[in-house]
Design a protein around this ligand. Structure first.
Ligand SMILES: Nc1ncnc2c1ncn2[C@@H]1O[C@H](COP(=O)(O)OP(=O)(O)OP(=O)(O)O)[C@@H](O)[C@H]1O
Length: 271
């Protein structure tokens, strides 16, 4: 198994590129509940301006890793780095996160945008300009006054992504953003992600969808049992995985992590 410190270096050795600077990283990152280790001694560096896809079986620790990197939960050991320094409030404000189920306030579409931008300190004409561009980005101008919670799942997720991007984050975390969407809505969300990336936003996304990982990922981090067990260029990891866990997952086989109380499951099994 790769040592944590070697994980990202292997990506650049494989592509022959010079390693870009890390925007977010982790050292000895661990998270346990009732002494049960859920994230185990992860060291990693997420390259700035790239698209990193996090994959792995149900329960591998993908959501927890994103929550730790975003500062939503605190590690029980180790720490998260933002541009080489411990993650602080300013680092958190430079990040945004989109979840599988959009979190909508009981307010109109426009008020959801206004709230997020107000929290971000925007006022007056600058805020109104951002509201308009976010509505246009989400293609929701015609629904600006509608309660956000009555929008369809696809519309809500477009709003969630546009709302996150309206705050102009340097890094966008997305946790299975299209898992419950149909192909057209999935395409719309993927376009928003691609546009954000083209504008320089670093993307870190969890997905169970191999085709989506190939479309959207420069790199794949593969997790199993709370660890990153493989990383590399997306096409190489997904076409020729080296770790037993990634091989098993891609072939739809069960994989049991040594010493891991959680059983891995077949891809697509969200039960
Ligand atoms: N607050 C918590 N208390 C106890 N166990 C937790 C807690 N949060 C997560 N876990 C457990 O940690 C493990 C990893 O959870 P996580 O949500 O990160 O998995 P995941 O890889 O995102 O899975 P999925 O693909 O199903 O979303 C799971 O076994 C989960 O039950």
């Amino acid at each position: 198994m790769l040592k944590p410190a070697d994980l990202m270096e292997t990506v650049w050795k494989e592509t022959g590129e010079a390693a870009p600077p890390a925007i977010v990283g982790a050292r000895g990152l661990s998270y346990a509940v009732d002494r049960r280790p859920l994230i185990r001694d992860i060291g990693l560096e997420i390259p700035a301006g790239r698209r990193t896809v996090v994959m792995g079986a149900n329960g591998a620790g993908k959501s927890l890793l994103l929550r730790l990197l975003h500062g939503l939960i605190s590690p029980t050991d180790g720490h998260v780095l933002w541009k080489g320094r411990p993650l602080d409030a300013a680092g958190r404000r430079a990040q945004a996160m989109v979840f599988q189920r959009p979190v909508m306030l009981r307010r109109s579409v426009l008020a959801n945008l206004q709230f997020a931008l107000r929290v971000h300190g925007l006022r007056g004409p600058a805020r109104r300009a951002r509201e308009r561009s976010a509505l246009a980005l989400a293609r929701l101008e015609h629904l600006a006054g509608r309660p956000a919670r009555v929008l369809s799942g696809g519309e809500q997720q477009r709003l969630a992504v546009a709302r996150a991007l309206a705050c102009e984050p340097e890094l966008l975390f997305l946790d299975e953003p299209t898992a419950s969407l149909d192909p057209a809505s999935t395409h719309a969300i993927e376009s928003l992600i691609q546009e954000a990336h083209a504008a320089g936003v670093t993307i870190v996304m969890v997905t169970h969808d191999r085709a989506q990982a190939l479309r959207l990922g420069d790199h794949v981090l593969f997790m199993s049992g709370g660890r990153i067990v493989e990383s590399g260029p997306a096409a190489r990891v997904l076409d020729a995985p080296r770790s037993e866990a990634a091989q098993a997952w891609l072939e739809g086989r069960l994989h049991f992590e040594t010493g891991d109380p959680e059983r891995s499951q077949a891809p697509g099994d969200n039960t």
